[in-house]
Ligand binder design. Structure first.
Ligand code: C2E
Ligand code: MG
Ligand code: MG
Ligand code: MG
Length: 281
């Protein structure tokens, strides 16, 4: 290896950095084929309300790699974005989520569930993104009002007017929008009021910190009040303890998602969770 390094200026002398680069290109090669080889899965993490129980789920992508096992999005979403693979992958996520919503329609335990999907900036900025979502909804026959799209502040702020146009096109057919990881970006009230949002999702970092940090509690309370003032549903992500859930509940947070209730689950396990937790409507 060190001999090669002497001849090849492309190689790094720092073995840790070289290992990271090799790892990155190995994942990139494998990711190219992951979709075709049917190695991608959607996991479902329950979203709960105090009085209504299970109200929905967030669809979270997993990659079942033949040698590495289950790979989490933190290890491959950025590669998918850099390479552009995120476009077919994101489309597959939408198709799979909508097919699932359609499948849940006939069951009284599931017909009112909402399913949230994450959308990356590169995917959302495609000129025909809204048309793609409309097509997937139409082809699947899923009820658009059951689908929720999660956007991040950085995505939104990168081009507010383009964002609003696309959101409005999808709002018009009933699709909902949630602002993911809320509080981590440069949120300002002025743009929040301009966006046709349905939900604010308080970032996990604030939930994690508020027990140990007095400011943390104030931030969470402020976000909840802000969301309610704007007429939005407020959900907290990363709820891990009863104390966190109770604090959020006392302060008027509408919904909760986190390991306290369940980790993200493969479909069969989610459906089992649902049978135990869903109310019949
Ligand atoms: P996110 O959208 O903010 O998703 C929430 C993340 O928090 C998930 O990580 C979830 O497993 C984790 N989480 C939920 N509850 C708890 C908790 O109580 N404690 C802790 N410590 N963590 C919790 P995950 O599944 O690894 O996803 C990471 C990120 O990858 C997501 O963050 C999202 O930005 C992105 N992602 C996931 N699926 C997709 C997808 O289909 N498309 C795109 N573009 N991005 C995705
Ligand atoms: Mg999310
Ligand atoms: Mg989030
Ligand atoms: Mg987050």
């Amino acid at each position: 290896q060190s001999k090669n390094a002497g001849r090849n200026t492309q190689r790094f002398f720092d073995p840790a950095m070289q290992a990271a680069l090799d790892e990155h290109s190995a994942l990139e090669t494998d990711l190219r084929l992951a979709l075709k080889r049917q190695q991608l899965r959607l996991y479902y993490q329950p979203q709960m309300e105090s009085t209504r129980g299970l109200v929905g789920a967030e669809a979270l992508l997993r990659w079942v790699h033949p040698e590495r096992g289950l790979v989490e999005p933190g290890d491959f979403i950025s590669i998918a974005e850099e390479t552009g693979f995120i476009l077919p992958i994101g489309y597959w996520v939408l198709e799979t989520a909508c097919a699932q919503l359609k499948a849940w329609e006939g069951n009284p335990r599931t017909h009112e569930l909402q399913l949230a999907v994450n959308v990356s900036a590169r995917q959302f900025r495609q000129p025909d993104f809204a048309v793609q979502v409309q097509q997937v909804l139409a082809q699947s026959g899923a009820d658009p009002t059951r689908l929720k799209i999660e956007l991040t502040e950085s995505l939104v702020l990168d081009n507010v007017s383009d964002t609003i146009i696309k959101m409005q096109a999808l709002k018009a057919i009933g699709v909902g929008f949630s602002m993911d990881d809320f509080g981590t970006g440069y949120s300002s009230l002025s743009y929040l009021t301009r966006l046709p949002l349905d939900q604010l999702k308080i970032d996990r970092s604030f939930i994690r910190d508020f027990g140990s940090d007095a400011n943390g509690a104030a931030i969470v309370q402020t976000i909840i009040i802000m969301g309610k003032t704007l007429g939005l549903n407020v959900i907290a992500e990363g709820v891990e303890t009863v104390a966190q859930r109770d604090f959020l509940d006392r302060n008027g947070c509408h919904a909760f998602q986190g390991f306290l209730f369940s980790r993200p689950l493969p479909l069969a396990d989610f459906e089992q969770f649902m049978n135990l937790n869903a109310r019949l409507h």
